[in-house]
Design a binder for this molecule. Structure first.
Ligand SMILES: *[C@@H]1O[C@H](CO)[C@@H](O)[C@H](O)[C@H]1NC(C)=O
Ligand SMILES: *[C@@H]1O[C@H](CO)[C@@H](O)[C@H](O)[C@H]1NC(C)=O
Ligand SMILES: *[C@@H]1O[C@H](CO)[C@@H](O)[C@H](O)[C@H]1NC(C)=O
Ligand SMILES: *[C@@H]1O[C@H](CO)[C@@H](O)[C@H](O)[C@H]1NC(C)=O
Ligand SMILES: *[C@@H]1O[C@H](CO)[C@@H](O)[C@H](O)[C@H]1NC(C)=O
Ligand SMILES: *[C@@H]1O[C@H](CO)[C@@H](O)[C@H](O)[C@H]1NC(C)=O
Length: 426
């Protein structure tokens, strides 16, 4: 009886305790960067990570705004015998340690991310941080880490949630508490570290994510399939109210690029592993939707193998400017394009503001080229008067002619492609 009462008492004090707020010195805008997982799985080392960092410069990605070079799970750390001290990087794969790698990445003007897990072990079986948050957060800070992706594997049964939490507030769920413990440990460090809650869309994370970190995964891992793209857009669209500065619904890593050759024999089903299974139109929609819904954009391919079509997609200045807008943090949201527009799932028509004005994004979710139409005055905030030019964000060019607010604008959109416009009042 006594110990049970004590346990309840200590749990209650955790539940009622105020967690530290996430740093406001990082994570205001959705992250732009790269992550090792889709290209290399667990087969990573210093040369591959530094190689990607150098390609940020040589391919113009850094100039386009890409900043984070993130190490995912993968033979990252050896278990310290006693764990009295710190996790130690595998010295064969990281001969200069993570701090030596961080120094080199910082010298390129970029930032470095790392990975751990809110369980006893990572998804690859290396030490997790549950119960060791303080020492691990201090280690990451000492190494010079700028970003932590915190995964959700190997959770002890008593740390899971079988039913809805006390009082119905998921902030007080066991799942949230695991992420809050690391959030508190990060907040106590001298270094601002952007915090990604890789909680797979569980425990209604969008409701409490911004109190604990900067971004949160909306689902399980991304796949290079059109059905993944449409399903994660649907999921995100249901929770767009939670997206703003320091508060990012994360649709997971990008599948733009080539299928990793090292994986082809091991995994003949390309739709199950990273990259290389989307048409150009689907890659455009993938990038545009992540940009206009303001998800973090973390590339996941071997950057050296991107072709010019793909580089043009991921370096599109106007979509990146919408994504990184310094004044408006909210995402584009669905709107009713005409009085008779059909209802689709996910929605096809989105509008949103940037510091340049009002934008319209149109996804053709159908399997054939189709004409898409919107009435300008149906765009929320546009009003019912005035004259407009329609500017194509992909090409950087205006369409000929002008449109009145009461006019319809029609365009032919290829199957699974996305059109992106800025409406310029003239
Ligand atoms: C912290 O790490 C040590 C060493 O790996 C491990 O034995 C211990 O179980 C960890 N703490 C918790 C609470 O899991
Ligand atoms: C789960 O059990 C561990 C070990 O007994 C304990 O430290 C931890 O506080 C428990 N977690 C919860 C949410 O009760
Ligand atoms: C993607 O993978 C699926 C299933 O393996 C396949 O049917 C489809 O043709 C692939 N698409 C492309 C563009 O490679
Ligand atoms: C780039 O790769 C895509 C496939 O992802 C292909 O459709 C496209 O034609 C390629 N572009 C060039 C310039 O080779
Ligand atoms: C579109 O119209 C339908 C039916 O009138 C309405 O239920 C829905 O809320 C509208 N959607 C938006 C985004 O305004
Ligand atoms: C497009 O094709 C897929 C696969 O054949 C099918 O499942 C889907 O229903 C089609 N979508 C539409 C809108 O017709």
């Amino acid at each position: 009886m006594f110990s049970r009462a004590l346990a309840l008492f200590s749990l209650a004090s955790v539940v009622l305790g105020q967690s530290a707020s996430p740093s406001r010195l990082t994570g205001r805008l959705p992250a732009l960067g790269w992550n090792t997982w889709n290209a290399y799985r667990c087969n990573i080392n210093e040369a591959k990570v530094l190689g990607a960092a150098n390609q940020f410069l040589s391919l113009g990605l850094k100039d386009a705004g890409y900043q984070y070079v993130n190490i995912d799970v993968g033979l990252l750390v050896e278990q310290d015998e006693s764990r009295s001290g710190r996790i130690i990087p595998d010295p064969t794969k990281f001969p200069n340690g993570i701090s030596g790698l961080a120094d080199q990445i910082h010298a390129l003007g970029l930032k470095i991310g790392i990975y751990s897990d809110a369980g006893t072990a990572t998804c690859a079986g290396y030490p997790g941080s549950l119960g060791n948050e303080t020492i691990d957060a201090a280690t990451f800070s000492d190494w010079g880490i700028d970003y932590l992706k915190y995964d959700n594997c190997n959770v002890p049964a008593n740390w899971t949630d079988s039913t809805s939490p006390p009082g119905g507030d998921w902030y007080n769920s066991n799942s949230a508490l695991r992420y809050r413990q690391m959030g508190d440990a990060l907040a106590a460090q001298p270094r601002p570290i952007q915090y990604e809650l890789c909680i797979w869309g569980r425990a209604n994370v969008w409701e409490w994510g911004a109190r604990v970190g900067h971004s949160w995964r909306m689902s399980g891992d991304s796949k290079p399939t059109w059905s993944y793209i449409t399903s994660i857009i649907k999921t995100n669209v249901a929770h767009l109210d939670y997206t703003n500065f320091w508060s990012h619904n994360d649709m997971d890593m990008m599948e733009i690029g080539v299928f990793p050759s090292s994986l082809s024999s091991a995994a003949p089903d390309r739709s199950l592993l990273g990259n290389g299974n989307l048409t150009v139109e689907e890659q455009r929609t993938h990038f545009a939707a992540w940009a206009f819904l303001k998800s973090p954009i973390l590339l996941g391919t071997d950057l050296s193998k991107l072709n010019s079509t793909q580089l043009d997609i991921i370096k599109n200045k106007e979509l990146l400017a919408f994504h990184q807008d310094p004044i408006i943090g909210t995402a584009a949201t669905p709107f009713n394009a005409t009085s008779s527009a059909p209802t689709t799932s996910p929605p096809e028509y989105y509008s949103g503001a940037s510091s340049k004005g009002l934008h319209v994004f149109i996804i053709n979710t159908g399997n054939a080229t189709d004409t898409k139409t919107f009435t300008l005055s149906n765009v929320p905030g546009l009003g019912t008067s005035g004259t407009f030019k329609v500017h194509d964000m992909w090409t950087g060019k205006d369409f000929a002619g002008t449109y009145a607010a009461s006019d319809d604008f029609s365009v032919s959109v290829e199957a699974h492609d996305t059109a992106a416009y800025l409406l310029k009042r003239v």
